[in-house]
Design a protein around this ligand. Structure first.
Ligand code: FAD
Length: 462
């Protein structure tokens, strides 16, 4: 492998415009790391591309030498797919250009962009791209897997808002995928992850959003179960303008949480309203009446504040392990299992995230994009989050064991961007009815499975 990577390095040396980082480079130690501290791999070469030509050269050279290649945008793959041991990483972190067309409400952003980069540029024009809730997440991985966040119920998944992709395919060609060109690939890229090439540019629709009403509250004790049940009953008929998410966890060590409650089982909640302010205030009043909060805060915040308010909770380098699934509804037993699990939760940072999709995301037909079935609106995401390596076994085991006890109440399916690195066996489950079509597209554009460090869809064998 070392010899093969040396061949790639030599092939790139004369033509590369960006940086080629080898393990003895002073920047290598920082450059090799990704967001999840559980993933500590050592690629033999990091090709930090400056432009599309660099990406094409990297793909051609690595493909010719048969070197395993990871593609990295923000490096937030929970599963750790944006790095590898011994192979090459195509690192897009120097390609973060964003161009906004205010009148057309469109923007083009480069394949290394973070959500923060896109938000900063689009907000200058009072426009927003519907994406995730942590601004240091990479836009490419998020959009290619689907992408949901505060605006999903109002404006759909991130991938539902893509008009076109430009990408480098496995043979090094630069092609476009949109409703008129390579339309099967356009379908596959909206949910099919990094399987089909390196996306160099996304062309997306924007929406006029500059602020939001935010309600944050914490409930403890018996109110936890009551609140989750009321939330479950309320969300199916709630307006699209509202996104109300819950986190079951230990009450945080925060200034606004009474000392005697910190570290006790709790549910923290964030309700976000985008739209008419009077209707929003009335809606949030109603939500307050549904819970019995020990802590409550309400404010009108800027969209940029909304998009960054969770950033500190998920810092780079900590240890994370996740398991996730969808439910059509949440029965009381399922809620009780989750609430009970808080009594032996091993880390104060770990959360059971509960989200409700529905809205605009649910009005797109399952067959229209590779993302697939949107008919199970409840998303359960078990997000283990801790600091020390010696705590790995206990934390991973807690997540796995809770997942096993919830599995029977989940519908088949999983959001690929919430999968962990040991869930290869769930990729088929993620795509189900769309699998054959995805395999056909994959076989056409990447017949040798060059792009395989992802939730992989293997091509037909030749
Ligand atoms: C802190 C945190 C918060 C999150 N919040 C949300 C959220 O609110 N909503 C949500 O939907 N998801 C969320 N996620 C999940 C997120 O969507 C995935 O982790 C996603 O893969 C991150 O994208 P990235 O570009 O940072 O990942 P990377 O690790 O860089 O890449 C992930 C995958 O995408 C591929 N890839 C990356 N760039 C390209 C490209 N240009 N072309 C082709 N393939 C590429 C990689 O090869 C890899 O397989 C969150 C994750 C984290 C860690």
């Amino acid at each position: 492998m070392k010899e093969a990577t040396n061949d790639v390095y030599r092939a790139l040396l004369e033509q590369f415009h960006g940086q080629l980082l080898l393990p003895d480079d002073p920047q290598y130690e920082t450059a090799r790391r990704i967001w999840n501290g559980m993933v500590a791999r050592r690629p033999a070469l990091i090709a930090r591309c400056a432009d599309v030509a660099d990406i094409q050269a990297s793909v051609r050279a690595a493909s010719a030498a048969n070197v395993p290649t990871a593609v990295r945008c923000g490096g937030h793959s929970l599963a750790g797919f944006s790095t590898c041991d011994g192979g090459m990483v195509i690192d897009l972190s120097n390609m973060r250009q964003v161009a906004v067309d205010r009148d057309a409400r469109r923007c083009r952003f480069a394949g290394g962009s973070l959500l923060a980069t896109v938000d900063a540029a689009t907000q200058q024009h009072g426009l927003a791209f519907p994406a995730g809730v942590v601004s240091h997440t990479g836009a490419s991985g998020l959009v290619l897997g689907g992408g949901f966040g505060w605006l999903t119920r109002l404006h759909g998944l991130s991938s539902d808002n893509v008009e076109g992709f430009t990408l480098v395919t496995a043979d090094g060609s630069l092609i476009r995928a949109n409703s008129k060109e390579n339309d099967d690939l356009f379908w596959a890229l909206r949910g099919g992850g990094g399987n089909f090439g390196v996306v160099t540019e996304f062309d997306v629709r924007l929406h006029p959003v500059t602020s939001a009403l935010l309600l944050e509250a914490v409930c403890t004790g018996d109110d936890i179960s009551d609140l989750v049940r009321r939330w479950r009953d309320f969300m199916p008929d709630s307006p699209d303008n509202l996104r109300w998410s819950l986190s079951l966890r230990l009450a945080p060590d925060a200034a606004n949480v009474p000392i005697e409650l910190r570290g006790r089982p709790a549910v923290t909640q964030a309700a976000v309203w985008v739209g008419d302010l009077k209707q929003g205030e009335d809606c949030l009043d109603h939500l307050v009446s549904l819970c019995n909060p020990v802590v409550i805060a309400r404010k009108n915040i800027s969209f940029l504040t909304l998009q960054t308010m969770a950033d500190q909770e998920f810092p780079h380098g900590r240890r994370y392990y996740t398991k996730s699934g969808y439910c059509k509804t949440l029965d009381n037993d399922t809620i009780d299992i989750m609430v009970q699990s808080l009594f032996n939760i091993p880390s104060p940072m770990t959360q059971i995230e509960l989200a409700y999709l529905g809205g605009a995301a649910a009005r797109v037909d399952a067959a229209d994009t590779a993302f697939g079935d949107r008919s199970s609106p409840f998303v359960i995401n078990l997000l283990g989050n801790w600091s020390e390596e010696f705590e790995d076994a206990e934390n991973v085991s807690w997540v796995r064991s809770l997942f096993q006890s919830l599995r029977h109440s989940m519908t088949p399916g999983v959001y690929i961007n919430f999968m962990s690195g040991d869930e290869d066996d769930r990729v088929l489950e993620a795509y189900r009815e769309r699998w054959e079509r995805l395999v056909t597209v994959k076989s056409h554009y990447d017949p040798d499975n060059f792009f395989r460090l992802n939730q992989n869809i293997p091509p037909q064998t030749k």
